[in-house]
Design a protein. Sequence first.
Length: 407
Amino acid sequence: MSNTAKGTGPLAGVRVVDLTGMVFGPYCTQIMADMGADVIKVESPDGDNTRYISVGPAPGLSGVFINVNRGKRSIVLDLRTDGGKTALRRLIERADVFIHSMRFKAIAKLGFGYEDVAAVNPAIIYTNCYGYARRGPDRDLTAYDDTIQAECGLPAVQQLLTGEANYVGTILADKIAGLTALYATMMALFHRERTGEGQEVEVGMFETMASFMLLEHANGAMFTPRLGPAVYPRAVEPNRRPYPTRDGHISALVYNDKQWSAFVAAVRPAWASDPRFATLELRARHIDTVYALLGETFSERTTREWLDLFRALDIPAAPIRTLDELFDNPHLNAVGLFETVETPHGPVRFPGVPTWFSRTPGRVAGGAPALGAHTREVLEELGMQPESVRTGQAPAVESTTRSRSGP
């Protein structure tokens, strides 16, 4: 590993050269930064597009960008110039991970394909973040979250569920692919720790999401001959939705036989003799009827009354929360999920690290960098004169002072 220690998490001492943009790649490297890695974000003079796509405290620091690029160092390099390429090669020499989200032809044209990078640093882990894997005919297509959701069947599944083809209300493909890139890179690093061998890793959004969607939905289509269509019926049953109560809505899943028996005994004793509901297997065959009857039943009591009953019966249930309510959630605050970082533009309360380590805990690595904020600092670490490299202006560094909410 490199000698640079960015933090105290399990990745302390790992240096990452990050040429990713938008969310897929940056989400992967954001987690690395929170886990202690020194992530150097290499940007063009125009900067990552996510700097400009939502509200923020200053130009070029949108909320989306700040969250997904926190704790990184930003260096501006014009990779069309010899000076920019020389600086990047110097970075690669000292790096553990090189990760990018350009299409294959674009990164190769710049002279930073895997063979080029491995010639500089044979032990490096080189991660490609693609829309479509390089081995397939669609490798040169542009990809965004919306188009990959469409490709992997999400809108079609939503149509089965709601009657209308829709995207889900989050950039799911970007985030799932980002997590996949993270675990793939970590596995390659683990192999290198054992053998000393670097390698190339490839993560395609489409392949990732096809695998993700087919985990439960492959179902009968996996077998030869087919035993049914590629769909998991319970997930697309139109009555599978938050149930209206007397004063609002509730999410509840009366699922296994123990939960069903407890619910029936407390609320609908007559259902105990209905042969359609005797076992989980039988209820799965009549899932549309089960959901419809539960929907009628839940309208009889208030949300609070149902929650109290389900807590007593140990049946999974939850109120329907808004995203804004998460910031004040007692449980999330008790476990210290949110961390506040002081920046030149005021405090930022980040949703922080969701995992816990007994010896090497991660934490929000700091604020997000202004465009090129660390260009001079990083180039000087490489023994280069910033004036000799065509980079762009380097604004002030964002503060990394932080405090944890919760105990």
